[in-house]
Ligand binder design. Structure first.
Ligand code: ADP
Length: 313
């Protein structure tokens, strides 16, 4: 028996000889929320379709709780709830009618359908919308209905493709909170091109670029990459760049338009103390010194321009 809820093994998908997804492998465990991050066209949807058994891989395989998607598609699919990028809603149905139909499609037994519908509505904050036509709901509520149909059969694995696209900030906040909550009992995979979303919602992140995984690791590893080897220094009477370069460990210094000086230091060097001392001795008038954090966007850009994959479990 495997402990993994999802195993993607060397997944590859070719379109007309071109690889939209190439050799993607990863595992997911119960209680984990995985963020699948990448620019538009990176291969996120294609990967999700293969994971959910909606698209056959050209090569590689998918196992859900140890069940092979190609050999036993019915059993494997029964363990998945999926919200594709284009929500599969019937807008002329009420919320109750639609979720009842979704429960039937997911083979929930007749006597369990009503409780399953009530439970999914309660989890997605839809109980007061039961009799409303889906077409009359706001975009955010329609998205909740989309998520409710994905969890109606209490699947082990929930896969949500771009779950917050097109929502307003309040709706986004609500949906993210719901995803975090779902992540406590299920395994959740979300795809997104929004970096802070991954930071807020996921424990684990994979970055895909041009069909290839360029990062696979915990969110903490990604966050740590933000802290670079740079300092931002505010000085009333700044020295010349040459003087700053005279301090041991400093390998680059530049004066920024903001009046702050940015200093880059060698790997392993800790020049902050020496800079403070030099400032006191020379009357530079130090009033600020702090790490210059690379934005997460910068980390993302660096990673998606990298040639070699980084694997940091
Ligand atoms: P993402 O979800 O990250 O935006 P996709 O998985 O939709 O990316 O697409 C990855 C690449 O595969 C893109 O270059 C896209 O144009 C291509 N692609 C996706 N679906 C098809 C298809 N049915 N036929 C041909 N090319 C496709």
């Amino acid at each position: 028996m495997t402990n993994f809820t999802v195993e993607a093994i060397e997944l590859t998908r070719l379109y007309g000889g071109r690889a939209a997804v190439s050799n993607v492998s990863f595992n997911l465990s119960k209680g984990e929320v995985l963020g699948f991050l990448g620019p538009n066209g990176a291969g996120k949807s294609t990967t999700m379709k293969m994971l959910t058994g909606n698209l056959a891989p050209s090569n590689g395989s998918v196992k859900i709780c140890g069940i092979d998607m190609i050999e036993n598609p019915k059993e494997a699919k029964a363990l998945i709830g999926y919200l594709p990028e284009m929500r599969p809603l019937y807008k002329e149905f009420t919320v109750d009618e639609y979720l009842t139909m979704a429960a039937r499609l997911h083979r929930v037994s007749a006597k369990h359908i009503k409780p399953a519908v009530e439970r999914a509505k309660a989890r997605c904050g839809l109980s007061h919308m039961s009799k409303r036509l889906i077409e009359n709901l706001s975009n955010g509520y329609q998205q909740r209905v989309g998520i409710a149909q994905a969890i109606i059969h209490s699947p082990m694995v929930i896969i949500l493709d771009e779950p917050t696209v097109g929502l307003d900030p309040i709706q986004i906040r609500d949906i993210r909170a719901l995803i975090r909550e779902l992540g406590q009992e299920h395994s959740v995979i979300i795809s997104t091109h929004i970096l802070p979303e991954v930071e807020m919602v996921c424990d684990h992140v994979q970055i895909i670029d041009k069909g290839v995984l360029v990062f696979n690791g915990s969110i903490d590893v990604l966050k740590n990459q933000r802290v670079g080897n740079k300092l931002l220094i505010g000085l009333k009477n700044p020295p010349s760049v040459a003087d700053m370069l005279g301090i041991a460990g400093v390998i680059e210094a530049e004066m920024l338009p903001s009046g702050l000086m940015r200093v880059r230091f060698a790997e392993g060097a800790t020049p902050a103390e020496a800079i403070v001392q030099a400032s006191v001795q020379n009357g530079w008038g130090l009033h600020q010194i702090a790490p210059d954090q690379t934005s997460l966007e910068d980390v993302f850009v660096q990673l998606t321009y990298q040639e070699q994959p980084i694997v940091a479990e």
